[in-house]
Design a protein around this ligand. Structure first.
Ligand code: HEC
Length: 117
C-alpha cells in the first residue's frame, strides 16, 4: 500500500519534471526566435532597406510584402545575389550577410508580413 502510493508519487513527480522541461524548451525556442527577429530589425534599419521598400517608393514593394509567396531559398538569393535571383537589371543591392544574418532578416521581414509598414 505504502509502496504503491510512493510509486504513484514518483510518477507524478516525473510527469511534473517532464512538463517543466518541455515548458523551458518551448520558452527557449520562442526567445531564440524573438532574438532573431530583433537582430533582423536592427539590420534592416541599419541598411535602410525601407528607403526603397516602402509604399511611397517606386523602387521596391513595401517591406511587409517582399516575403509574400516567396520561399526562404528565394529570399536568401534576393538578399545575397539579387541579380541572379530577381532580375539582372534589378536595383536591389547585393548584401554580404552571414547565414545567421540572412535568417534574422527573413525572420523579421516575415514578422512584418500582413502588418502595416
Ligand atoms: C536601392 C533600392 C533598394 C534597397 C536599398 C533594398 N532593396 Fe530590396 N529590392 C529592390 C528592388 C527594386 C527589388 C525588386 C522587387 C521589388 O520591387 O520589390 C527588391 C527586391 C527585394 C526582395 C525580393 C522581393 C521580390 O518580390 O522579388 C527582398 C526580399 C528584398 N528586396 C529585401 C530587401 C532588404 C531586406 C533590404 C535591406 C537589407 C533591401 N531589400 C534593400 C530595391 C532595394
Amino acid at each position: 500500500m505504502i509502496r504503491k502510493s510512493l510509486m504513484r508519487g514518483r510518477a507524478v513527480l516525473c510527469l511534473l519534471a517532464l512538463g517543466v522541461a518541455v515548458g523551458l524548451l518551448c520558452a527557449m525556442v520562442v526567445r531564440a526566435d524573438e532574438a532573431s527577429v530583433a537582430k533582423g530589425k536592427q539590420l534592416v534599419e541599419a541598411k535602410k532597406c525601407a528607403v526603397c521598400h516602402k509604399a511611397s517608393s517606386k523602387k521596391g514593394k513595401p517591406l511587409n510584402e517582399v516575403t509574400k509567396d516567396k520561399t526562404d531559398e528565394y529570399l536568401k538569393g534576393a538578399l545575397l545575389t539579387p541579380k541572379e535571383t530577381i532580375d539582372p537589371k534589378t536595383k536591389m543591392p547585393a548584401y554580404k550577410f552571414s547565414d545567421e544574418e540572412v535568417k534574422a532578416v527573413i525572420d523579421y521581414l516575415k514578422s512584418l508580413a500582413g502588418g502595416q509598414k
